[in-house]
Design a binder for this molecule. Structure first.
Ligand SMILES: [Zn+2]
Length: 469
């Protein structure tokens, strides 16, 4: 006799998952994932639960999370440099699906962390949303591609990390065939509109908005179809309602994400055999092009004040390697959002090959110097001055964003830009003092989870990043 006994149930090969977010209420089926397979693995501590279709169960959240992360990492793997490792150097990243009560999710280099919190419709789990899972995964992916961005004390670099996370949520969602089909129907083939694709993290965002109205839109964390034009982040308030722009990275990132979302829509129109009726396969192809262009662009960009203009330039240059129609699309989006001045965009158009070689050369020789700037203790309620690490990059072509009158903007110096970033962190309460505050001094901010912390290193007090939300 051979084969399984007749009373053994067949092995489960497909699972039911949320397509993008619990609020959408749309299910789809996907292959049961194995997160222990290379190249980039995940470890979810604890016993592996049986597959469950109870949408309120921890088991359903486990399998939704496992599928979204595996789908996401399979999508990003082709652009992770060899040997393919997470930033810490290992091939396995821990995932904690429910750490404690907090309306948050974060990536701290050791793990992807998810939480739970209250909402009007009951407890919300941030790991229940493939959008949120793939946003945090995006931080880990970008950290594996370009780890030096972690230590950059620059508002535009931190904001680009958030843009990468939101684009990861969008691009990973588009790897589901049923979602591609549904989005093409919902948007009538014009992606750049308010849709399930543009609304990132609907359930978590709704819950966050109820408690912290300035931290999320009423119906999602961020809506990629929102339009914001570039302005110098140091000219903005550190917090604002979501209808306005602030220098907070989640808010400021919407400028760049909006430009990339617009470009994605135009790439689809250009690549479709019938521009009025793009197909799911064509949408998948442009999502892969966007992935490759973003990864190449971020690899070649230097960490300098005016980073949005810098990375917009390297992204436009990378797009030319994919499709001769793409640079015009990207430059149009970047000029339209004032991320690039018309002068800079015109120079890029006329010098694509020369500039591409220049940026690749600078990225390859990796000439950077680290220096410290010292900020006064009295400002922050500290007993000793605070040192900030800065990375100085090689000089070369300098891209300019546009002022509100359309003219090219002069960038602020590195120490001034770094100080503005650090001051904002303290103002919005994102620094854990770790006991280094003056006796009786209370730090600011209501949120428990902090992106940065004070540590002692080499005898001095240093500010370092702990995580990205
Ligand atoms: Zn984030």
């Amino acid at each position: 006799m051979s084969g399984a006994p007749a009373n053994n149930p067949p092995a489960i090969t497909d699972i039911t998952i949320w397509e993008d977010d619990p609020v959408s209420g749309v299910f789809t089926t996907a292959a049961k994932p194995d997160i222990t397979l290379p190249p980039l693995k995940f470890l979810i501590p604890g016993a592996v639960p049986p597959v469950s279709n109870d949408i309120n169960s921890a088991a359903f959240r486990y399998w939704t999370a496992a599928e979204a992360l595996k789908r996401g990492v399979n999508f990003w793997a082709p652009v992770i440099p060899q040997p393919q490792l997470w930033q810490r150097g290992g091939d396995t990243l821990e995932v904690h699906l429910d750490r404690w009560e907090d309306l948050e999710a974060d990536y701290d280099r050791d793990a992807l962390n998810f939480y739970h919190g209250p909402s009007a419709s009951g407890t919300v789990y941030s790991c229940a949303s493939p959008d949120v899972l793939c946003h945090e995964l995006g931080h880990a992916i970008l950290d594996a591609i370009k780890p030096s961005l972690w230590t950059a004390h620059l508002q535009e670099v931190a904001s680009f990390h958030e843009t990468f996370g939101d684009m990861s949520a969008i691009l990973c969602a588009l790897q589901l065939p049923s979602f591609r089909q549904a989005i093409l129907v919902e948007t009538n083939g014009n992606l750049n509109c308010d849709s399930r694709l543009s609304r990132i993290g609907q359930q978590l965002g709704t819950a966050v908005h109820a408690l912290y109205p300035k931290d999320a839109d009423p119906n999602c964390l961020r809506n990629t179809s929102s339009f914001f034009s570039y302005c110098d982040p140091s000219s903005l308030p550190s917090s604002a309602l979501t209808t306005s722009l602030s220098s907070n990275p989640h808010s400021f990132s919407r400028i760049f994400t909006g430009a990339l979302f617009e470009a994605l829509a135009d790439m689809l129109t250009v690549c479709a055999a019938n521009p009025n009726a793009p197909t799911p396969n064509e949408l998948q192809a442009v999502s892969e092009d966007m992935r490759d262009i973003m990864a190449s662009g971020v690899t070649n960009a230097r960490q300098i004040p005016g980073y949005f203009a810098e990375v917009a330039t390297t992204i436009a240059l990378a797009s030319a390697q994919k499709n001769p129609a793409y640079p015009g699309i990207f430059l149009g989006a970047f000029v339209g959002h004032a991320i690039l001045s018309m002068e800079t965009a015109a120079t890029i158009q006329s010098s694509l090959n020369v500039l591409q070689s220049e940026f690749e050369g600078m990225a390859n020789d990796r000439r950077t110097a680290e220096s410290l700037t010292v900020l006064p203790a009295s400002r922050y309620g500290l007993a000793e001055d605070l040192s900030i690490e800065m990375i100085t990059s090689p000089l070369g072509f300098i891209a300019r964003s546009a002022r509100t009158d359309g003219k090219p903007m002069e960038h602020t110096s590195l120490p001034v830009a770094a100080e503005a970033f650090v001051d904002e962190l303290f103002i919005i309460g994102q620094v854990d003092y770790n006991g280094f505050g003056l006796k009786g001094f209370n730090s600011y901010g209501r949120r428990r989870s902090k992106t940065h912390e004070l540590v002692r290193r080499d005898g001095g007090l240093i500010l370092q990043r702990r995580l990205f939300h």
